[in-house]
Design a protein around this ligand. Structure first.
Ligand code: DAH
Length: 338
């Protein structure tokens, strides 16, 4: 019995001092295993007198129970500690401020372009593209601007060779569209154009235009006015007024420039319209019969109208930006305001 007491004390002592679950296993083997200390006590019972055996057997069983309980408790305390450490390391501080994700968005010019496109798509127009590097013929000649005409000088052209240039106007796409010979035509063509201008608040060597062309039987200046008035109202608001001023373009006759009432001051005059109450946004006119003829369309059967809108002009106006350079510099401090 003395021996048994010592075994229990030894077992409990080493359980107390154990450092981890593995060492508990070793202790279990040492005391309770098949070759363990308690088992050897049981084996030695055969040397005892028969009447003592049940008593010793009972004591051994109690010792086994006690050691097992102590082992279980210690194991549980190791597991609790591990769980606590894990929870500690995985703690999330829900009071910390979140990380804001910076989201990109459309450039003001892109937004304007999409708006203009949607207005004309809604009126049954198709959107077509055209080359930025162009033959002199499409940019000038076929638009009724012959080689020696002074109108050619007005457009400060970047020439690549004598006959090839960077287009100065999207009007060149009119010619490509007419040459296809599919009538009627109802198209807009947005794109980049180039002129050898110095950069300043209102000029850039590259900017964007949106060309429009309608050709059908019986088209008149009245169709042009109605269409462009509707366009202005959809773009700038129902109360917008338009004004057509006589102008000259080689490829239209008659020609006009269209002004819209300043949507900021409703025509009273402000900083944006430079006190005028009106802002010029496009050139337009009835397609010159000679232009139709050169592209193979019979001017006695078909008539049409055309217009060219400056995309940047509209963006500057719509978003109240006072310097065109801001649209090209891609400074995110500027861009993220829109
Ligand atoms: N291409 C002209 C320009 O760059 C704008 C223009 C005027 C286009 C009249 C047209 C038009 O189609 O009919 O100034």
């Amino acid at each position: 019995m003395n021996n048994l007491d010592n075994i229990i004390k030894g077992a409990i002592e080493s359980i107390k001092n154990s450092k981890d679950v593995n060492s508990l296993n070793d202790i279990k083997v040492k005391y309770l295993g098949k070759k363990g200390e308690l088992t050897s006590v049981l084996k030695s019972m055969k040397d005892l007198p028969a009447e003592e055996r049940p008593k010793v057997g009972q004591l051994v069983n109690e010792a086994r129970k006690q050691i097992q309980i102590t082992l279980d408790e210690k194991k549980q305390s190791f597991e609790n500690a591990m769980m606590e450490a894990k929870l500690e390391s995985e703690t999330i501080d829900v009071t910390l401020p979140g990380k804001a994700l910076k989201q990109g968005h459309l450039h003001p010019n892109t937004s304007t372009l999409r708006e203009v496109e949607n207005i004309f798509i809604g009126m049954g127009y198709k959107v077509v593209g055209g080359p930025e590097v162009e033959y002199d013929y499409y940019n000038f000649e076929a638009l009724n601007i012959p080689a020696d005409h002074p109108a050619k000088d007005e457009q400060d052209t970047f020439y690549i060779t004598k006959d090839i240039l960077l287009r100065t106007q999207t009007s060149s796409v009119q010619v490509h569209e007419m040459e296809k010979g599919k009538l009627p035509i109802r198209m807009i063509s947005p794109g980049r154009v180039f002129r050898s201008d110095e950069v300043d608040a209102t000029h850039s060597p590259t900017f964007h235009q949106i060309e429009g062309l309608v050709i059908d039987k019986g088209i008149t200046f009245a169709d042009l006015k109605g269409t462009l008035q509707e366009f202005a109202k959809r773009l700038f608001g129902e109360e917008t007024k338009v004004k057509f001023r006589p102008h000259h373009f080689q490829f239209t006759e008659p020609s006009a420039e269209m002004d819209v009432s300043c949507f900021k001051c409703k025509g009273k005059g402000c900083r944006f319209c430079k006190g005028e109450g009106w802002i010029e946004i496009l050139g337009c006119g009835v397609v010159h019969p000679h232009v139709l003829e050169m592209s193979g369309i019979d001017p006695d059967v078909y008539t049409g109208f055309a217009f060219g809108v400056g995309l940047e002009r509209i963006s500057l106006f719509k978003y109240e930006i006072d310097d065109m350079r801001l649209l090209y510099e891609n400074d995110t401090r500027f861009l993220k305001q829109f």
